[in-house]
Ligand binder design. Structure first.
Ligand SMILES: Cc1cc2nc3c(=O)[nH]c(=O)nc-3n(C[C@H](O)[C@H](O)[C@H](O)COP(=O)(O)O)c2cc1C
Length: 433
């Protein structure tokens, strides 16, 4: 398993005056536990809402306040020192006021002047009351921020707000912020999927034997969901069709999700979404068989062996169907999970599927496959002699590699392939010494 992408990274956490600031101490603690070096700074309003002492204790570093900027003992201006120290910056929560200051080049707090002096990538997560969030000035500022280099903007979600209102304005979940920071550390802020639509399938499907039992597999959906979220962070519009998942619910924020249970439901949902997709990543682990006729009553233990032995039929080959129906220019990535000689089996499968790329991964090795945090495997295509071995790496790192490979295949009509600038780093292509 490769090292944690957050371990040893210098992360500056800027906190402004929103009640969502109370979520930050635990987020800071989570970053420190992953080996990150964290320094915090609070605006005067944020310091009224969350304790600088708690942040200092959990980050193992002094927490910086506006008063610290004016010290006769400082050899260098604090905002410049902090800006140059940071490899990654998280501003969460970002208040309407701090957003406005930053956008208009005003540096009248330590956070504001640090952001102006900073050249590191910045992840920003606003939080505010729904009416504030939809007010024209805030909309205009937020809109403008989307085009700024080095900035990864994570919009707020809908939810119950501290003002007792339900609506847009709740800060992105702390689990998602940690994932987005990890993505920033691995890939940066570049939005090479902007304007493109990715359709992803994830998780297992379930086929009922009877009302009490089913045929399924141990897929958690982690690989597919991380692909979807990484693509969203790179600017894509993402539709996710997923079976029952075992991942943090917050990892689904910002995705258009369609939950399904059976292979037939998954096939229908994917077919409906296919026409508008520029690319498809078929990461779901679809159960292979289903009952030809569903059993409506629970089978007794005595009858179970015979019920399991017969009455099953293969489910449709969803990937093959997508390949046959795809509109011109649509690019498709398939997945193949195998035990034993993974590459040989994947090469055999590859010939019959017709997708552009196929990622084959083992399910019988430690640290890879179902439920693991990491993965490794081989990427096949688009020419038969192109096989590259990837990993072991975290599933998020792998998701970024796969998105880069997929992005290279997407060609606007009449256009050349996208430039080598987005070629995945660290891939070892056999045909590309
Ligand atoms: C209890 C409380 C909660 C607040 N919550 C928010 C909020 O969620 N978002 C926001 O933009 N402003 C919020 N404000 C208002 C800001 O704190 C205020 O605009 C302040 O000037 C922000 O300054 P700063 O960006 O320097 O922290 C809140 C104020 C109070 C008193």
């Amino acid at each position: 398993m490769s090292p944690d992408p957050l371990a040893g990274r210098r992360i500056l956490v800027g906190i402004s005056g929103s009640i969502a600031a109370v979520k930050l101490p635990l987020l800071v603690s989570a970053l420190v536990q992953r080996g990150a070096l964290v320094r915090c700074l609070l605006t005067p309003s944020a310091a009224r809402l969350v304790s600088a002492e708690a942040l200092a204790c959990l980050s193992r570093q002094p927490c910086q306040l506006d008063a610290d900027q004016w010290s006769h003992q400082a050899a260098r201006p604090l905002h410049v020192e902090l800006a140059e120290w940071a490899e990654l910056v998280l501003v969460a929560p970002l208040s309407a006021t701090s957003l406005g200051r930053w956008l208009h080049g005003l540096g009248d707090t330590l956070l504001a002047s640090t952001l102006l002096a900073c050249e590191a990538p910045v992840l920003v997560a606003p939080a505010m009351n729904t009416a504030m969030w939809s007010s024209p000035g805030v909309r205009a500022n937020w809109q403008q921020l989307q085009s700024w280099p080095r900035v990864l903007p994570l919009p707020p979600e809908a939810g119950l707000l501290a003002c007792d209102r339900r609506g847009d304005g709740r800060m992105a979940d702390p689990d998602l912020l940690v994932l987005a920071l990890e993505s920033l550390a691995l890939w940066g802020w570049r939005r090479d999927w902007q304007g493109l639509t990715l359709l992803v399938s994830a998780g297992p499907t379930r086929e009922a034997l009877d009302p009490a039992r089913c045929l399924t597999n141990p897929s958690t959906g982690r690989m597919g969901v991380l692909l979807a979220q990484a693509a969203r962070l790179r600017g894509a519009r993402v539709h996710l069709v997923h079976g029952p998942l075992q991942v943090p619910q917050s990892w689904l924020e910002g995705l258009s999700c369609r939950p399904v249970t059976t292979a037939a439901e998954m096939e229908r949902a994917l077919n409906e979404a296919q026409p508008t997709a520029d690319a498809i990543a078929m990461a779901a682990a679809v159960a292979d068989h289903r009952r030809a006729t569903p059993l409506l009553h629970k089978v007794s233990k005595q009858e179970l062996a015979s019920a399991l032995a017969g009455g099953w039929e293969p489910v449709p080959d969803i990937l093959r169907g997508l390949v046959l129906r795809r509109p011109e220019g649509q690019v498709i990535l398939g997945f193949a999970a195998h035990s034993g000689d993974v590459l040989a089996q994947a090469q055999a499968k590859w010939a019959g599927k017709g997708c552009d790329l196929l990622f084959a991964n083992p399910i019988d090795q430690p640290g890879a496959g179902f439920a693991a945090a990491g993965n490794r495997g081989w990427l096949l295509g688009p020419q038969t002699d192109q096989v590259s071995e990837w990993g072991p790496a975290s599933k998020l790192a792998l998701a970024h590699h796969l998105l880069s490979a997929l992005r290279l295949q997407i060609r606007p009509p009449g256009d050349a392939p996208v430039s080598d600038a987005v070629r995945p780093q660290g891939s070892r292509a056999a045909a590309d010494p």
